[in-house]
Every structure is written in structure tokens, then in C-alpha cells.
Ligand binder design. Structure first.
Ligand SMILES: Cc1cc2nc3c(=O)[nH]c(=O)nc-3n(C[C@H](O)[C@H](O)[C@H](O)COP(=O)(O)O)c2cc1C
Length: 199
């Protein structure tokens, strides 16, 4: 297992089960440093990261995620995705994700970037953070179901009115290894010169 960019990109997965092993603050700082090197519209850097370790607050975030899952998240994927995938996602939303020793709630500052362009200026930083976690041997996932009710999530981490809650990233040591991501070949998604011209 290497940690070159290409190795990391080829083994990024959504980890939803973690061990209790704590994550060093120094490692979190490395991830945040990488995240905040990302590009953003007009270099306005609208990202906000709340790093949650406190058990009571993680429990509240877990309850919030479970509620969003029960309120429609589960119904949305049930029957459309393969059984094993639904079960894995289910275990994650019902407890695995919130049991990570660190939960990073990601916000976007609408005083810096208008709502319409907020996501495209936030998620490059999130991807940097996730790849940095992988480089440090940590598991992580990008999750957004928890932000289905943005004001409620914002309140749990104290975001002011102008900061939108966008995502939550569990960070921890993987409970079990996951294989390579299963993806279609790039050639299914890439064209030469004009859409429909095969690679
Ligand atoms: C925008 C976005 C939102 C996602 N939201 C959730 C989520 O709310 N809960 C979850 O368990 N996984 C979430 N995921 C993870 C995806 O389900 C996962 O990446 C996909 O199933 C492929 O699995 P893999 O990355 O392990 O290969 C999200 C991924 C993306 C990119």
C-alpha cells in the first residue's frame, strides 16, 4: 500500500465502521491544512470545519443522522441499490458513522460565497481532506444525508445563520479493510472532442 496520489485516489472508499482507536490532533491538523489549500471561487475560502470529539455531541449528531435515515433516507435507497450495499449504508447511518472518534461537520459561509456557488467551493476542500485522511492510514467518508435538515445540523455545532451545514465526515481507523472502489471505466464517461465520440 503506497500513499502516492494515484494509490490514494484508487483506494478511496466510504468507511462507515471504525475502531475506538483515537485519532491524533496533529493528524487532524494535517488534514485541515490539506483541505484549506483547495481552490474556491474567487479564492473566497467559504469552508468551515467543526471537529467534534465530545461524546455527548457525537451522540447528538448520531441521533440526528438516525432520524434523517428513518425519515426517508432509508426509503429512498431501499429496493434501488443492492442488498449488501443497503445493509452497509444502514449500519453506518444507524450507528457506525457516529461511532467514529472524530466527526467533522463541514459548513459553507454565505457571507463569503453566494449559496448558488457554495457547494462547488466547498467540496474540493472536502475531497482534499478525505485524501489526506487516507494518506495517514485513516478511514473517512463524505456524508450529506445528515444535512437534509440543514438548520438542525447547524444548530448542533453552533453555526451562525450565514453558515450552511453541508456535510459530515467521520474520521477514524477502519474497523475492517475495504477493497478497491468499484467504478465504471473512465472510458464510459469520457469523450473525445464532443459527447458521444468514444475515447
Ligand atoms: C455527495 C455525497 C454524499 C454522500 N452521502 C452519504 C451519506 O449521507 N451517507 C453515507 O453513508 N454515505 C454517503 N456517501 C458515500 C457514498 O454512498 C459512497 O461513496 C458510494 O456508495 C460509493 O461507495 P465507495 O465510495 O465506498 O466506493 C456520499 C457520497 C457523496 C459523494
Amino acid at each position: 500500500v503506497g500513499s502516492s496520489f494515484f494509490d490514494l485516489a484508487k483506494r478511496q472508499r466510504a468507511w462507515r465502521q471504525f475502531t475506538d482507536q483515537p485519532v491524533d490532533d496533529a493528524d487532524i491538523a494535517i488534514m485541515l491544512e490539506a483541505a484549506t489549500k483547495a481552490p474556491s471561487s474567487e479564492n473566497l475560502q467559504p469552508w468551515q470545519f467543526v471537529v467534534v470529539r465530545d461524546e455527548a455531541r457525537r451522540r447528538a449528531l448520531g441521533d440526528h443522522l438516525r432520524a434523517a435515515w428513518a425519515a426517508g433516507g432509508r426509503d429512498y435507497i431501499e429496493g434501488r441499490l443492492p442488498r449488501a450495499m443497503v445493509d452497509d449504508i444502514d449500519r453506518g447511518q444507524r450507528g457506525g458513522i457516529a461511532a467514529a472518534p472524530v466527526l467533522i461537520v463541514v459548513g459553507g459561509d454565505t457571507d463569503r460565497v453566494p449559496e448558488k456557488w457554495l457547494a462547488s467551493s466547498i467540496f474540493p476542500a472536502v475531497q482534499n481532506l478525505l485524501l489526506a485522511a487516507g494518506a495517514l492510514g485513516l478511514g473517512s467518508a463524505l456524508t450529506t444525508l445528515v444535512a437534509a435538515n440543514r438548520p438542525a445540523l447547524a444548530e448542533l455545532v453552533g453555526f451562525p445563520d450565514h453558515v450552511r451545514a453541508m456535510a459530515m465526515l467521520p474520521i477514524g481507523y477502519p474497523a475492517r479493510p475495504l477493497g478497491a472502489p468499484r467504478r465504471e471505466s473512465f472510458a464510459v464517461h469520457a469523450w473525445r472532442e464532443s459527447y458521444g465520440q468514444p475515447w
